[in-house]
Design a protein. Structure first.
Length: 200
């Protein structure tokens, strides 16, 4: 293991009047998920993301879900993104890019990631229904926007086919996990940071 490998973990806590969140991750894990938020469907999505990314992720979150799930979901995205950015360190030796096309029954989602240092997300995933159980489907996009911004990554998520909202959402999180798994891995042929600028 290189010195960089040993440093590829981080933990961040964030507390506001709306949420209290602690997230830790290990980029060189086995996809072990320890997810505890007050939003059950979101827990399921984060578990899918974690298992397919092979990143060990622990999330402990409390939030004002009596008002709405929005604050909790968005703030977890913020903290998870910040933790990823910290764990990546200098980004030396990483593959940088990752992409995945993931089917979930009739749903098909494309996700592409660039660990660019420029936090932005482009999410083209229309849902045919407003809720999945009690979960607002708009929060899928809100999570990815917050996550990409804080992580400093360029993220594209696009629905290619699909009708069932649960399948569509789950394919999004699995595809993101798979794409991120490729992007954060070490490439033995890469010397330093994979950028013509010399920094990301």
């Amino acid at each position: 293991m290189t010195e960089a490998t040993l440093q590829r973990r981080a933990e961040i806590s964030r507390s506001t009047k709306e949420t209290q969140i602690t997230v830790s991750l290990d980029l060189d894990g086995a996809g072990t998920a320890r997810i505890d938020t007050p939003v059950p469907f979101f827990n399921h999505m984060l578990d899918a993301f974690t298992r397919h990314s092979l990143i060990d992720v622990t999330v402990e979150a409390e939030g004002d879900v009596d008002v709405d799930d929005h604050h909790t979901v968005e703030d977890v995205g913020i903290v998870l993104g910040a933790v990823l950015r910290e764990a990546l360190g200098t980004k030396a030796g990483i593959a940088r890019f990752g992409q995945a096309i993931v089917p979930m029954d009739e749903a098909l989602v494309l996700c592409a990631v660039d660990i660019s240092g420029r936090g932005q997300a482009f999410v083209e995933v229309p849902f045919e229904v407003q809720t999945i159980g009690s979960f607002d489907t708009q929060l899928v996009k809100e999570f990815f926007l917050a996550f990409a911004r804080e992580a400093g990554i360029t993220l594209h998520v696009r629905l290619m086919a699909g009708e069932n909202a649960h399948h569509v959402a789950e394919a999004c999180f699995k595809a993101c996990g798979r794409a991120l798994r490729q992007a954060v891995e070490f490439d033995p042929r890469v010397t330093g940071v994979p950028s013509t600028k010399g920094s990301l």
